[in-house]
Design a binder for this molecule. Structure first.
Ligand code: SF4
Length: 376
């Protein structure tokens, strides 16, 4: 069977090379060629012995995901749709800013959590991505953009696991992908600049803290169990008090001294002053009523899609909500909407892949660069 070398972190690649009778430093060389130089062709890997290159050709390949489309926003945001087979696709988004380049990566085709405000959740769950499929989103974006920008410097400085899927429900594939992102022989990203976002899979938050502590974002979206049970069904399994305890435990390992809470602002549902006050009580309880959770809030303007039956909070409501949290001493930001001209709610483009007619119609309405015309 042919191994996809994108499936391995450096330790995994060392084991693979050992089985071929090769020393660990060969795995390091190979890893650097693949991830730092974006090489796929073993003949390009000039410092590997010819005998090893020939061996690799018989049993290994560097096989990234195949892109279906690329959408370029006027503000520089780029969204790729990747084919993951059986009519499924996943989305990857590059968001350039003055001081950073952030890539938002998917971990699953669909998602089993089923959050009410999430287009991906409405599609149901298809399957977990492999380590190679997770990592190849970074591999592809980094090396495509380096060629496009004509640079050998790193383009992507930050990764957020906030695309399609619940990353902690695909833990065994996620961790080697994260390790490759952090590895100095791979992408060399700082732990502080790699963020895993979870809807609150409590046991796996604990394991991530032990195995590969990176920055953590928690999709909170509601301040009470009654409301969160409805918006984020996983809350029925891991209610808020368990989630807050897991956040406190995670902070003992985390590279940052706070948890980021993501909060999607839904008109009339979770955006009222009493909701803000309940959030303050949750993360900064009064003396004798529990321990605080050092945190920042990121308020997200909801991206409406018809099946949700939900609407976006007004800008004034979001502003007042943010002010209430800030006045309570909680650092609060409002997520900038980026790539509006190419964007649907996260997951919508991928959800449409099974219906090619609909995809074609959508693309016709948007500024889409066919992949054949993209320099890579
Ligand atoms: S918000 Fe995240 S966890 Fe919830 S359904 Fe969407 S992808 Fe899944």
């Amino acid at each position: 069977m042919t191994a996809n070398l994108l499936d391995f972190d450096l330790d995994g690649l060392a084991v693979f090379c050992e089985r071929l009778g090769e020393k660990r430093f060969r795995a390091t060389q190979l890893f650097r060629w693949i991830h730092q130089k974006g090489a796929q062709d073993f003949d390009q890997m000039s410092d590997l012995a010819k005998s090893l290159r020939e061996k690799l050709k018989t049993c290994a390949q560097v096989q990234p995901l195949t892109p279906i489309s690329r959408h370029d926003s006027a503000d520089g945001t780029i969204k790729w749709l990747f084919d993951v087979g059986d009519g499924n696709a996943v989305e990857t988004v590059f968001i350039p800013e003055d001081d950073r380049g952030t890539l938002c990566i998917s971990s699953q085709a669909g998602c089993a959590v089923g959050c009410r405000f999430c287009s991906t959740g409405h599609q149901g769950f298809s399957r977990n991505l492999t380590t190679g499929e997770i990592l190849s989103q970074l591999w592809f974006a980094e090396h495509t953009l380096r060629k496009q920008f004509n640079t050998t410097e790193r383009v992507i400085s930050n990764v957020v696991m906030m695309g399609m899927g619940e990353p902690l429900q695909n833990y065994s594939a996620l961790v080697p992908a994260l390790r490759s992102m952090l590895d100095d022989h791979g992408y060399g990203l700082s732990r502080r600049r790699v963020t895993v976002s979870t809807s609150g899979v409590v046991p796996m938050m604990d394991r991530l803290g032990e195995d590969c502590p990176v920055a953590l974002a928690v999709s909170l979206h509601a301040p009470t169990d009654a409301l969160r049970d409805n918006l984020v069904p996983l809350n029925r399994k891991y209610p808020l008090h368990e989630l807050m305890d897991a956040c406190r435990r995670y902070l003992a390992h985390a590279p940052r001294d706070f948890i980021t809470f993501e909060y999607c602002m839904l008109d009339g549902v979770n955006d009222q002053p009493e909701h803000a006050q309940a959030l303050i009580d949750l993360v900064k309880p009064k003396r004798g009523q529990g321990e605080p959770v050092p945190c920042k809030f990121n308020l997200i303007p909801f991206n409406p899609f018809p099946a949700s039956g939900l609407t976006r909070s007004s800008a004034a409501t979001v502003k007042a909500f943010a002010a209430q949290l800030s006045e309570a001493g909680i650092t609060t930001t409002v997520r900038k909407t980026r790539g509006d001209d190419i964007d649907a709610a996260c997951g919508q483009l991928a959800g449409d892949v099974k219906d090619r007619t609909k995809v074609d119609a959508r693309m016709a309405k948007q500024r889409v660069i066919p992949l054949t015309q993209v320099s890579s």
